[in-house]
Design a protein around this ligand. Sequence first.
Ligand code: CA
Length: 318
Amino acid sequence: MHRRHLTSILLCALFSSSTTYAGDVQALLFEGDLRITGDDTGNRFIVSEAENGNVSVVGRPGTTINGTPAVTFPVPALDSLRIALGAGSDSVALGGLQLPGDLVITSVDGGVQVTHTLTAISLGGRYVVDFGDGSGSMEIRAVTVGADMNLQGGRTGGIFARVFDVDTGGDLRITDTAESAFPTLTLLSGDLNIGGVIDVFSLRGNASLLVEDSLLGGVMTRSPAASMGIQIQNVVVTGDIDVVGGIDYDGLGLFDVAVQGDVRSLMGAGEDFFSMAGLTVEGSLLFDGGRGSDRLVDGGFEALGGVTLRSIEIIELP
Ligand SMILES: [Ca+2]
């Protein structure tokens, strides 16, 4: 009971925003799925566990649900939750839910900001977000996902994701395929238990990634067109780390990281920067600075399968 109240208070606090919201949202149960459909204005609402084992959909000021302030559904009938936000700058918060199926959130508009907040959620299936043509920000905490967590960025905008205390059975995938110049993709994360790989791809933009205090199946990051900054610290990786940089400045920092597979880092052109301390690799380790003036700050690392350094100036710490 206390947890439900805390979840509601937290979600309300996270909604303190000066943006104007409006519109009517349609919510209905369809063959075990709760389907929530926004209109073309900026909608704002909360989906959370209510009293007596129900799920409630509550409109925040300016937004109604089925023409009313709130609608409640019985949880035992619920499998998956599908939210189509439509156009507009939408904001949705979800908390305290346990669903055996999937959570899918989609948006369509260009040049808008879509905000998602997830707290205390357990899914048996996948968590999928598609920001459509907009940009998106996400706050995800205390979330368990049985399969993949897939965050798809907009065609014009970027992604800002804060992901903490998250378990997934599959991959955590963040993909930004924006065609415009220099969208930014940012992942700040910690206390993760990722069964698959963290897979980050930015087609045109700059990507920055912080992962700390986590257990990962692997890491794969690609930022072919612009710059990339990656810092991984106090992390165990049971598979490989693969980093492919682009034509601009790239930086990779690995601090107190134990890798059971291989580490491969191909940084491409630009002035690139590696920094390692307390890195142990059971497989092989490859750092390739590519073209440009590249540096490695050596604070201590070893690889049982051998170390290969290419196109790089080594700076050893005392
Ligand atoms: Ca909308």
